[in-house]
Design a protein. Structure first.
Length: 625
């Protein structure tokens, strides 16, 4: 419901200025003295005056009426009238501004972006702020950041609004709503405003303790973009690079997809997915050396969004898996060396990827994957016991786990007895980070525990004390261990990372590293005790590099980040956003207070100019000589 109000109603006393205006008008009214030779001609004038007396009186006082109307408009402008579309006055209003990738889309070439349109809408709110009203601007991308606190400083708000830029990320309304929710605990407000192009998830998992208004700017135009990017290891020493190109609902053109390594063009392919279509392509790349690849999409006509026209992959050089297996584990050594892309390393100092041993000292050796055979981790000695005899049998196991894929161990015979201690159970192991993969009749038989980017597996019984090496599934189990090692080392598959927040990268434990962003800026971060660098923000697509003063450390690495988000590429606008139990409907205007004083002042100026023109167009009356 539209409501009319005044911010300065006390200014109505200015209407009393009409009294001196009228008095001055009549005091300055003077009759012109004219000498005539005869009064005969005045008779007709007197008759006309009697007939047209009302009109003549109105014409004689028209300038006064124009001046009074000008004064009335100026008085109304001084009272600062406004029209408010809501039911309450908005003293504080948080404004959540979408800065995700789709807000960089255009409807025509070189036209305004969706963020430009949003800026225009929010600037209107800033310009129409009344006394006592405040706005707080919040940028909404992959995460949320508060640009200003609640402020009525138009200059501060306008500067923060102008400084906004689009991030190459998908929108995350939940983060922005949670930030607004936290602000409301210290500074309550009844409503908040979300300004977006509508390229949002239809369901948002966030609490809503205030009314949310959803202002939608028009979405972008026709668009083609990359929505998938990955690479898989081939058996011939090459990488198979996969890409997917999708079109928005308005896309009708085609494009050229180029695969580049720096300035070198490796391959190109024409694509034309069509409206809301999808086209998949693959390229083969030599894997003998590490490479940083760019997939570049070049549309043949107008393309609304440029952020999804590039995807990046950092591929390592392909090499065999370096395995150390304890000399006494002959069955494991034979099964592992029979696998493809495996080299057995017997040196005690060489770098390895996989360690398989029944020796505690060997298991301290750095590796991506550790598989202990018949070694009870000291952390769980209070929960699990191992006895030489008594026997154990398998009752259940996780067939979906990658280590146990296609491995049948239902009737496995085990001579050792693995038992829970009194009152101990699976939850006790889970509290220490262990996951039970194989359950025995008296206790756990196979455990898993994550360690940074690596993994530790613990076979609690010794394989030589069971029928496992004689099972058909034993070579399959060895192959699964190699596959897990390839995957963990990035030698099996490389999936293009999404912008926003990068996955953890490896470095030296407890050492600081420098992160170089695609725009050339730098940030210093600290690796944790496991050697992981977490929480690297990636608002821009491109290569992110870790640098260390020591050139031999693991920190000299690169990771490609790309938008590759279907929702952002499709530029689909939703009419409703479901926030928990509340449905928020899009509108084309913000429910706010629209000040009318500028319009009234403009009308007053126009009428004043008309009054001036009318008053000066009358011919001067002179005296006859």
């Amino acid at each position: 419901m539209n409501m009319l109000g005044f911010h300065a109603a006390t200014a109505a006393w200015l209407a009393a200025l009409a009294i001196p205006l009228i008095a001055v008008y009549f005091l300055k009214l003077k009759r012109a003295r004219v000498e005539l030779p005869s009064l005969v001609l005045w008779r007709q004038v007197m008759n006309d005056q009697r007939v047209n007396a009302p009109f003549q009186r109105f014409r004689r006082n028209l300038l006064l009426w124009l001046q009074l109307l000008t004064l009335a408009l100026l008085v109304l402008a001084a009272m600062q009238p406004f029209i408010h579309g809501g039911a309450e006055r908005l003293d504080r209003l948080p404004v959540l501004i979408d800065v995700s990738a789709s807000m960089g889309a255009r409807t025509v070439a070189n036209g305004p972006t969706r963020l430009d349109e949003a800026r225009h809408k929010v600037q209107e709110l800033i310009d129409n702020l009344g006394p006592g009203q405040q706005l707080s601007l919040i940028a909404m991308g992959q995460d949320a950041r508060r640009l200003t606190g609640f402020s009525d400083d138009r200059r501060e708000l306008s500067q923060a609004l102008t400084a906004l830029t689009v991030d190459d990320v998908a929108a995350n309304p939940a983060a922005a709503l949670q930030l607004a929710q936290a602000m409301g605990r210290s500074t309550p407000f009844p409503r908040a405003l979300l300004v977006s192009d509508g390229n949002l998830p239809e369901v948002v998992d966030a609490d809503l303790a205030f009314h949310l208004d959803y202002l939608r700017v028009p979405p972008g135009g026709a668009n083609l973009g990359l929505t998938a990017c990955s690479a898989q290891r081939r058996g011939d020493g090459r990488w198979e690079v996969f890409a997917a190109v999708e079109g928005s609902a308005l896309a009708t053109g085609s494009a050229m997809l180029e695969l580049r390594h720096g300035d070198q063009l490796l391959a190109s392919r024409a694509v034309a997915p069509g409206p809301s279509g999808l086209e998949r392509l693959s390229f083969r790349v030599d894997g003998s050396a590490a490479s940083e690849l760019e997939l570049r999409l070049i549309p043949d006509r107008f393309d609304a969004l440029s952020a999804d026209d590039h995807a990046y992959l950092a591929l390592p050089a392909l090499r065999p898996v370096r395995v150390f297996a304890a000399p006494g584990l002959t069955t494991w050594r034979r099964a592992l060396t029979a696998q493809a892309d495996v080299v057995m390393v017997d040196s005690a100092t060489a770098e390895v990827d996989l360690v398989v041993s029944d020796n505690v000292a060997d298991l301290q050796r750095p590796a991506i994957i550790h598989l202990s055979i018949g070694v009870l981790p000291p952390e769980i000695s209070a929960e699990v016991t191992v006895q030489i005899d008594g026997g154990s049998k398998v009752v259940d196991y996780r067939k979906s786990d990658l280590l146990l894929t296609h491995v049948a161990i239902d009737d496995l015979l085990i001579s050792q007895r693995i038992s829970w201690t009194p009152s101990a159970g699976e939850k006790d192991l889970e509290s220490k980070g262990f996951i039970v993969l194989v359950h025995g009749d008296r206790g756990p038989l196979l455990l898993q525990r994550a360690r940074g980017v690596g993994m530790d597996y613990h076979l609690l019984f010794h394989s030589d004390q069971s029928t496992l090496p004689f099972r058909l599934g034993f070579p399959v189990l060895a192959g699964n261990v190699i596959a897990l090692t390839l995957r963990a080392s990035g030698q099996d598959e490389v999936v293009g990372a999404h912008t926003g927040l990068l996955p953890a990268l490896t470095a030296n434990p407890d050492q600081s590293v420098e992160v170089q962003r695609p725009d050339g800026s730098h940030a210093t971060m600290l690796a944790d005790h496991a050697g992981l660098v977490r929480g690297i923000a990636a608002p821009r697509a491109g290569f992110y590099r870790l640098r260390d003063s020591n050139p031999t450390t693991k920190a000299n690495a690169a990771l490609g980040a790309s938008l590759i988000d279907r929702r952002e590429t499709q530029l689909t606008a939703v009419d409703h956003v479901q926030v928990r139990e509340v449905a928020v409907t899009a509108g084309e205007s913000a429910p706010s207070e629209y000040g009318l004083w500028r319009l009234l002042a403009l009308f007053a100026l126009v009428i004043a100019l008309c009054e001036w023109w009318y008053g000066h167009r009358q011919p001067l009356v002179g005296t006859s000589s």
